[in-house]
Every structure is written in structure tokens, then in C-alpha cells.
Ligand binder design. Structure first.
Ligand code: ARG
Length: 470
């Protein structure tokens, strides 16, 4: 047992209580942020004359050596410490003696952990934004190459109207672009520094909170010390945004699984991103897509868990809040891995364009266009809809398609049909005439692709990286 307190206690902590209370097993991943925050804190304390410059330098050297030793494996974070904060402070005192005991001047573990978690989350927000950017680049590349790759568009998973692969991918481009915008919003709102809030009511030391905030790359200090130690909104927002990312990835995964099925065969997943069966030698399974779809649940779970943890706790800090870490870390790891793996799978995905086009040609995806053709010949739309409905029924009975009927057969249903019907209901016309903004027609698609290219160019540096350099 190694803890930062004990003076007012007359008994040793019960071992089970100690273990139940300890967080080192999971908050050890905050070591880098803990040291980064401590360095900024002592730098500020020295500037304010609360520590001497010599003390500051000794403490900073000690902190850096702890980080280095943990990184090179010569110092192991052992589980006898209560948490990462105790581990760092105890090791610092071991290494530099009395100066180390001054590290915690004007600080509480409450504002310390609030800072560590915020620094860590901020890094993850930046990393998710970068991963989403790489995903968008992959999607845009496929869009550019497939403006003329026809495929059926679905509603109710029934063939509806023909579209292109570029158009289908374009839908996901918009989703992940909004996900990136959510990352930016979260970053903007969370980028304020809680350090200096103390346990809950600030401190009586003349801390310069503006200065620590600046040293740590924040926009400024948080404005209420109670809120500073009690706020986990930013983490909830991040988990909500990650849940949305996962929901998008999961839908896309579901489509890849369908497209990869024996019945569809629209795509072939690369061998490197598929797995086999232990019993059925012919199998090549879309496990990555299935796992991404499956892992969505645990990210939603993290969001629900933290929302529930936070909903009933009075101000300010309560130990319940320690429960923010395991679920949030797991969700961050999961979502980031899923984005990266999914991007790799898309990069290597092969399209069976012949099968996609053939599928777009059957299933009466041109029925709306056939009705629109009659409208062009002066038939009111509702009547045209009825005529084409009867035509479809006739085709189903004869096991054929609208474009394969003879002009006589067509005229038997409506005398408005002329030779130009065949061009009007061809796959090419059905797609290329759809030219409103956001539609699959190649000209409309080309304009959208140009806008998205510019967007990627304008956001190529992602969110601010400055704060990560320390
Ligand atoms: N391990 C704690 C957490 O994650 C650190 C803060 C402890 N503060 C306290 N007053 N016990 O929340």
C-alpha cells in the first residue's frame, strides 16, 4: 500500500477496500499527461515565487526521469500505489527528496485528475479526427474513380432507382465529414484548463491559472472551480460522437457484408482483411466488418455508463467519477481501431462492376423513369404511375424487363410509347439525367467531389497539435 494520505487515520486500510478503491491499474495510462500537468504546475509555482527556480528545475528533472524510465522499461508502474498520481509523487520524492514534497502545493488530485483526463481526451479527439480524415480520403478516391460505376440504390433493401458507386460512397463521406465537425466542436468547447481549481474552491496561493493554461495549450482557464473538478461533459460529448461514428461504421459494415455475400457479389474483400472457417474450406468471411458492427455496442455502452454515473452525483468531486476511465478508455481504443481497420479494408476492397451494373438493370429500377417518360408525353403523373405499374406486372408475368419489351407490347399498354422510350429508360440515361445538387448524375457528382476535395485540403492539418509537443 502506498498512498498520499494517512495522517488522520488510526487504522490501516482494509486490503479489500484498498484494492476496490485503487485506480492505478487503469489510470496508469495517464502517466504522460500527469507529468505534463505537473511540469506546467511547478513552472507556474516558480514564476509566482511559490517555489524557487532550483526547486522547479529539480522537480522537472525528476519528473522527466520518471517518464523516461517508465518508457524504457526500467521503472515499472506497480500496483501497490493507489493511483498514477501517488505513483509519480512517491517516485519523485524517492528520487529528489524534499523538493518532491512540494510538487502538490496548491493542487488537489481532483483538479489534477480533471486535467489529466482532459489532456488525454484532447489527444484522442485529435487522433480520431486524423483517422476520420484518412477514411474520408479513401472514400473520396473511390468516389473519383467510380462516377460511372452503376449500381442499384435501395429503399427497404428493395431495389429502388439506379445510382453510382460514387454516389453511394458519397453518402458516407457526408456522415464522416459531420463526425469530424463534431470532433472540432468538442475540441473547441473542452479546451479550457481546470488546473488550479484545487479540491473544489480554488486555493489561497496566488496561482497564475492563465499561465498554466497557456503552457498546456488551452484557450484559457475554466471559470468555476466546482465545475472544473466535477465536469465530465466533454467526455460524454466525445463518447456520444464516437457512438455516432460507430453507428456510421456499423451501417457501412452491414452494407459491405451484404455486398460481399454470395447472392450479391458486388465486392470482394481482400484476403488480408478476411478470415477463414475451421471446418468449411470454401469460406472467406467478412469478419472485420462484422467485428466493427459488433463493437459498436460497447461504445454505446460506455456512453450510457458514464451518463448514468454522472446523473445523480452532487457537486463537486465524488469518487463515482473514477468510473469514467475504464469505459472511456475502452471506447476510445475501440473506436479508433475500428476507424483505422475499416479504412484499410476499404482501401483494398475490389468492386465487381459488372455484377453491380447487371443488378442495377433488373428489378425495375427504371420504373420511375418510365413513368417520367409518359409525363413528358403529356400523361399526368398519377396516371403514368398506374400505367407503369401494370407494365411491371406484365413484365413479371413474362419474366422480362421494361427495356426488353417490343414497342408493340408497350403500345398495347399505352399508345404514348414511342421508339425513344428505350433511350429514356436505359441505365445510362436514368443515372445521367439526375443532375440536381446531391444527385448521382456524373456532372452533379463531379461538382460535389470538387467541393469535398477542397474541404479535405482546407482541413488537412486537422485539429491543433501544438499541445501534444510537450
Ligand atoms: N483516482 C481518482 C479518480 O480517478 C483520482 C482523484 C482522487 N481524488 C480524491 N479526492 N480521492 O477520480
Amino acid at each position: 500500500m502506498a498512498q498520499l494520505w494517512g495522517g488522520r487515520f488510526t487504522k490501516k486500510t482494509d486490503q479489500m477496500v484498498y484494492e476496490f478503491n485503487a485506480s492505478i491499474e487503469f489510470d496508469k495510462r495517464l502517466l504522460k499527461q500527469d507529468i505534463q500537468g505537473s511540469k506546467a504546475h511547478v513552472t507556474m509555482l516558480a514564476k509566482q515565487g511559490i517555489l524557487t527556480e532550483e526547486e522547479r528545475d529539480t522537480i522537472i528533472a525528476g519528473l522527466c526521469s520518471i517518464r523516461e524510465d517508465v518508457e524504457n522499461g526500467s521503472l515499472i508502474i506497480d500496483m501497490t500505489y493507489e493511483d498514477v498520481h501517488s505513483f509519480v509523487e512517491a517516485n519523485l520524492i524517492d528520487r529528489i527528496g524534499d523538493a518532491g514534497k512540494k510538487l502538490h502545493t496548491g493542487r488537489s488530485r481532483n483538479d489534477q485528475v480533471a486535467l489529466d483526463m482532459r489532456l488525454y481526451t484532447r489527444e484522442r479527439v485529435i487522433a480520431v479526427d486524423a483517422a476520420l480524415k484518412a477514411l474520408l480520403e479513401t472514400i473520396l478516391k473511390t468516389m473519383e474513380e467510380n462516377i460511372h460505376t452503376y449500381m442499384p440504390g435501395f429503399t427497404h433493401l428493395q431495389k429502388a432507382q439506379p445510382i453510382t458507386l460514387a454516389h453511394h460512397y458519397g453518402a458516407y463521406f457526408e456522415m464522416f465529414k459531420r463526425d469530424r465537425q463534431r470532433m472540432k466542436d468538442i475540441y473547441e468547447r473542452m479546451n479550457y484548463c481546470p488546473l488550479g481549481a484545487g479540491a473544489l474552491a480554488g486555493t489561497t496561493y496566488p496561482l497564475d491559472r492563465e499561465y498554466t493554461s497557456e503552457l498546456l495549450g488551452f484557450y484559457g482557464p475554466t471559470l468555476n472551480s466546482m465545475d472544473s473538478v466535477a465536469d465530465r461533459d466533454y467526455l460524454i460529448e466525445f463518447l456520444a460522437a464516437l457512438s455516432t461514428v460507430m453507428m456510421h461504421l456499423s451501417r457501412f459494415s452491414e452494407e459491405i457484408i451484404i455486398w460481399n455475400s454470395n447472392e450479391y457479389q458486388f465486392v470482394e474483400i481482400d484476403d488480408a482483411f478476411s478470415t477463414g472457417s475451421s471446418i468449411m474450406p470454401q469460406k472467406k468471411n467478412p469478419d472485420i466488418a462484422e467485428l466493427v458492427r459488433g463493437k459498436t455496442g460497447r461504445v454505446y455502452g460506455a456512453l450510457m455508463s458514464l451518463l448514468t454515473t454522472m446523473k445523480g452525483i452532487p457537486l463537486a468531486y465524488n469518487k463515482d467519477m473514477q468510473e469514467d476511465k475504464e469505459v472511456a478508455f475502452d471506447a476510445m481504443d475501440t473506436a479508433l481501431n475500428c476507424i483505422v481497420l475499416f479504412t484499410g479494408m476499404l482501401e483494398t476492397l475490389k468492386f465487381r462492376k459488372d455484377r453491380m451494373a447487371a443488378s442495377a438493370m433488373n428489378g425495375f429500377t427504371n420504373a420511375t423513369d418510365a413513368a417520367d417518360y409518359l409525363v413528358g408525353k403529356g400523361v399526368p403523373f398519377r396516371d403514368a404511375h398506374g400505367i407503369i405499374g401494370r407494365l411491371v406486372l406484365y413484365c413479371i408475368d413474362k419474366n422480362t424487363s421494361i427495356d426488353a419489351l417490343s414497342l408493340e407490347e408497350l403500345k398495347a399498354i399505352s399508345d404514348k410509347f414511342e421508339e425513344d422510350i428505350y433511350d429514356a429508360v436505359s441505365l445510362k440515361t436514368c443515372v445521367e439525367k439526375r443532375l440536381t445538387i446531391g444527385a448521382p448524375g456524373p456532372d452533379a457528382m463531379g461538382k460535389v467531389i470538387a467541393v469535398e476535395k477542397e474541404y479535405l485540403q482546407n482541413t488537412k492539418n486537422g485539429l491543433s497539435q501544438e499541445s501534444l509537443q510537450q
